[in-house]
Design a protein around this ligand. Structure first.
Ligand SMILES: Cc1cc2nc3c(=O)[nH]c(=O)nc-3n(C[C@H](O)[C@H](O)[C@H](O)COP(=O)(O)OP(=O)(O)OC[C@H]3O[C@@H](n4cnc5c(N)ncnc54)[C@H](O)[C@@H]3O)c2cc1C
Length: 394
């Protein structure tokens, strides 16, 4: 029997998963990858250390068509869900905060207006949001209502032809830099979504500081004190938790792609470092224990890439279910977090510095693990799906 010959493999896409993409998809991937290389990577560790997000980048992102890119009309790019996913993957290779900025704008602020808004509301807001001239945020979580948002206390009551809102929201991405907030509130008619322009009397958005994660992303509280809005500012198309939950599904879909990008950034940094770092007179990539870590990372990234692409194709043909999105969010994010921690160990002491991207990604992924449904909540969604028994409440 002849010996098996050694064929060099591509360590960055071992199974050639991207070979399953068509030319248009590859072009989009390469365009966003170049944008990240040119505009994000040179400065991201400084932004992260300083705790800032450069809001002025929004117009350039808008010009690339990144906002609400999978939506049709009103200035949106109208590309496929796979292309939207690829954009999220490439953006999160740069930083989870940058991908969060795009996810919140498109999937959480623009999507509810696009899906549940009146024609006038769509015309008023969506073209400027798609262009990055208007920044949006999404207010659902409250200090005492996180995993169970249906327990929200923020409420709105009719007063003549107006609505009056009172309450507060917590952990709101883009809150302090947003020009408009989509705020979900309890009403006599059910849970309703309100378009709250920044600057409305009684509306404040103080920034949350001292974060150890998603530092290149603005996170805020929203405070509403007798905020008075005419009826034209309520989203007419929904009056239940179906409204915010459908937005979360859109955002979770982007996250399951994005996590693969963050994982790839950590793996590539670890692979390069292991090839150069010498201990005991040999590169540490030659040690079996290091190889095991690198192989586990590579296998998990390839698996996550296949899951993301499969779910993207299902979303494009209309067959994707919310539970399948939970599958992707649960597994791709937890794998990315494991990969980041393992990559950090390969970098040794250097791994704790901002000179390499790994620690930043690892810290960011702690937030990604928690937001848009925690690991536990997605486990319970899947548990319910396969047993028919919900275990959220005793
Ligand atoms: C950086 C960042 C940005 C965010 N951006 C936004 C935003 O833009 N808009 C927005 O509305 N929200 C946002 N969030 C909020 C986020 O969605 C919530 O943090 C998340 O839903 C979890 O809620 P919580 O933090 O209150 O945790 P809790 O719900 O209090 O959960 C605490 C722990 O208990 C577990 N737990 C809860 N219920 C159960 C159960 N039934 N069974 C088992 N375990 C359970 C959870 O899994 C978790 O481990 C953001 C959060 C972060 C960190």
């Amino acid at each position: 029997m002849s010996e098996l010959s050694f064929t060099p493999s591509d360590p960055h896409d071992f199974l050639d998963v991207d070979g399953l993409l068509d030319n248009e998809e590859k072009l989009l991937r390469d365009t966003v990858r170049s944008f990240v290389a040119d505009r994000i990577l040179p400065d991201i560790s400084q932004w992260w250390e300083d705790g800032v997000f450069p809001k002025e980048m929004a117009k350039d992102m808008g010009a690339l068509g990144l906002f609400g890119m999978h939506l049709d009309g009103y200035g949106c790019a109208g590309v496929s869900n796979v292309m939207y996913g690829l954009a999220c993957r490439e953006l999160e290779f740069g930083d989870s905060g940058v991908r969060s900025f795009v996810s919140v704008q498109g999937s959480l602020a623009m999507f509810p207006i696009w899906k549940f808004g009146s024609e006038e509301q769509k015309q008023e807001w969506l073209p400027r949001m798609a262009a990055g001239e208007v920044i949006g945020c999404f207010g659902l979580t409250e200090a005492d209502s996180g995993s169970d948002p249906s327990s929200m206390k923020t409420h709105a009551r009719r007063d003549g032809s107006d609505w009056v809102l009172n309450g507060s929201k917590m952990w709101i991405t883009n809150g302090s830099i947003a020009d408009v907030a989509v705020v979900w509130a309890r009403t006599d008619e059910g849970i309703r979504g309100f378009i709250v322009p920044a600057g409305t009397k009684g509306f404040e958005a103080p920034q949350i500081h001292h974060k150890g994660s998603l530092r290149a992303s603005v996170t805020s509280e929203l405070v509403l004190t007798d905020v008075r809005l005419p009826d034209e500012f309520v989203l007419p198309g929904v009056a239940s938790m179906r409204g915010p939950l459908s937005c979360l599904n859109e955002a979770r879909y982007g996250i399951l792609w994005g996590a693969v990008g963050a994982a790839r950034a950590c793996y590539e940094a670890a692979l390069a470092y292991a090839g150069e770092r010498t201990q005991f007179d040999m590169p540490i990539s030659g040690f079996q224990l290091t190889q095991q870590k690198l192989v586990e990372m590579m296998v998990a990234i390839q698996r996550g890439s296949l899951v993301a692409l499969h779910l993207g194709r299902r979303k494009d043909d209309g067959s994707l279910t919310p539970e399948q999105i939970s599958f992707g969010k649960l597994d791709n994010v937890r794998q990315a977090l494991d990969i980041a921690r393992s990559a950090r160990s390969i970098l040794g002491a250097n791994g704790i510095t901002y000179e390499y991207p790994v620690f930043r990604h690892m810290a960011n992924l702690e937030s990604v693990f928690t937001y848009e449904g925690t690991n536990e909540i997605h486990t319970l969604i899947l548990g319910n799906a396969i047993t028919g028994r919900q275990a959220f409440k005793p």
